[in-house]
Each structure stands twice: as C-alpha cells, then as structure tokens.
Write a protein that binds this ligand. Sequence first.
Ligand code: C2E
Ligand code: CA
Ligand code: CA
Ligand code: CA
Length: 286
Amino acid sequence: MGLAKAAHNGVVACGEYGEDMRDNIVNEQVIVNNMQSSLLRGEFLVYIQPKYELMSEKIVGGEALVRWLHPQLGFISPSRFIPIFEKNGFIYQLDKYVWERACQILREDMDAGRPVLPISVNVSRIDFYSPNIVQVFEQLIEKYDIPPRLLELELTESAYVENPQQIIEITKELQRKGFPILMDDFGSGYSSLNMLKDMPVDILKIDLQFLSDSDKEDNGRGGNILNSVVRMAKWLHIPVIAEGVEKQQQVDFLRTIGCECVQGYFFSKPVPLEVYRDLVGKGFSE
Ligand code: C2E
Ligand code: CA
Ligand code: CA
Ligand code: CA
C-alpha cells in the first residue's frame, strides 16, 4: 500500500507522499522490535527523488530513499531509524533490500522500453564492515543484468573519516567494476579536502543545508564556500550536484556559478516510484 493511500485510510497524518508528515516519536526499543518483521512484510518503501540538470531542467537520474510506513506506528523518519539501524547492524540488511529494489526498477524500465536513468543508492559506513560488499553489488547487477553505471553509490564523508584505508580500497574496487561513486554530504565533515585527494570520487554532492546558517549570520559566506567548491570540482573535472535546493534564489545563484545538477524540494520531493516514472516520462515526451 502506498503512503498516500495509507494517509487516506487514516493510518497516518495527511501529507503529500509522507514528506510533510510529522515524525512520530517512536521509542528505540519499539523500532528494534519491529524492524525485522517490517522488512519481511514490505513496510519499507523505496521513494525516489529526481535529480535535474540545471541548464535544461531535465531529469538525469534519481536517488533512492527509504521510507518506513508502519501500519500501527505510522510514518517514521529515516533520520530517526537509520542511526538506530547503524548502531545495531540492521542497516546492512535494509540497504541490501533498497539496492535490490533499485536494480529491479532498472530492469523493469529496460524491459518496458522506458527511458532508463541511473539510480543512486545510499551506502552506510556500516556496510563497509561487511567483508563481501563488493560481491553483493556484483551479484545484484548480474542477477538483474544491468550495467553497473546505472547503479550509483552514495557514500558519506564520515565513512572515510572513520576508517580511511579500508574504505578507500573497497571504493576503488567498486569504481573499477564500473559503479559510479558519489561523495554525499561533501563539506559536512572536518577533512573534506584531505579526503578528496585519496578517495575515488566521480560526483560530489554538496548539501545547501550545511551552508544556510553561515549564510544568515555572515552575508555571502555560504555562497562563497559553494562557489569555491564548484570551482575546485571543475578544476578536478568532478561534476557537482547541489542538494537541498529549496528556493528560486538558490537556483539562480547555482546557475551563475555553473553548478551542473540539482536535487531538492524546489524541483521535487522524494516521490513514489510511479510518480517518478511519470516525471521522467514527461521529460522525454516533450
Ligand atoms: P541524504 O542521503 O543526504 O538524503 C537527502 C535527504 O534530504 C533526504 O532526507 C531528502 O528527503 C532530503 N531532502 C531532499 N531535498 C531537500 C530539500 O530541498 N530540503 C530539505 N530540507 N531536505 C531535502 P531523508 O529521506 O529523510 O533521509 C535522511 C537521511 O537518511 C539521508 O540523507 C541518508 O543519509 C539516510 N537514508 C535515507 N535512505 C537511506 C537508505 O536507504 N540507506 C541508508 N544507509 N541511508 C538512508
Ligand atoms: Ca544520499
Ligand atoms: Ca546528502
Ligand atoms: Ca544528509
């Protein structure tokens, strides 16, 4: 059952696709007690947030983001349950489920003759502790017979900080196998620039939310940082995606500094698969 439909049935507070729903205050123990059965019952849904090329405003791909709609507990936000799953190790099971859904979606699109755009999935720093993560990805693309370039891997800077050597090795191997590597939340950590010289990175994602505070306090400072990151990335021939884009003013600024791609509520929230496919289809029929 889709989130929107569930909302109409009165299971959860109303809100478009669940994005505006208030987080239910769910106790950690309750989350832990329910996670496994929820996974088995298909109560974790994969939503997709489109990514747009800024100049053409065409969709160039999407990010898979997990949504938990529990029939009794209601909508639980990822920022609530992901840290708990990272602590108890369940994140690896959930991530493998999301990765497989992404592969299924790509296969369905290919079979249906729809436009096939890359989908990025999140890889938790905890997933890197699993000894066979590379094989897991290889087996998935083999099973669904999809080219690795369609399955983009988003990893956060914090993973690198925690365990640099191992992360670099595994990430390099994944890149060699053809999976594009996206550095998520770039600039949020302490060693962003240092990391960039060691880590294989195909695309940088910079979250505007990290800049908004300094922007308010110190006129233009956030903008300068953003501008510098985009310039530096261009120098290194690494494309940049700005995420968390909410305002026209931000879009205008990103255009002037030559940022290639954007993702954010201004363009689209994360949406159910059917809605995402409609959006992609419209872009191709224009
Ligand atoms: P993230 O990977 O940085 O994902 C972007 C988050 O920003 C998403 O929150 C998205 O809904 C939100 N967002 C997108 N555009 C805007 C905007 O314009 N304004 C604002 N305020 N927010 C925007 P979400 O889906 O709640 O996920 C939060 C975090 O939870 C993600 O941050 C990611 O770290 C984690 N997460 C979500 N799904 C998964 C998953 O399947 N696996 C793992 N390991 N982590 C996940
Ligand atoms: Ca992400
Ligand atoms: Ca991010
Ligand atoms: Ca984030």
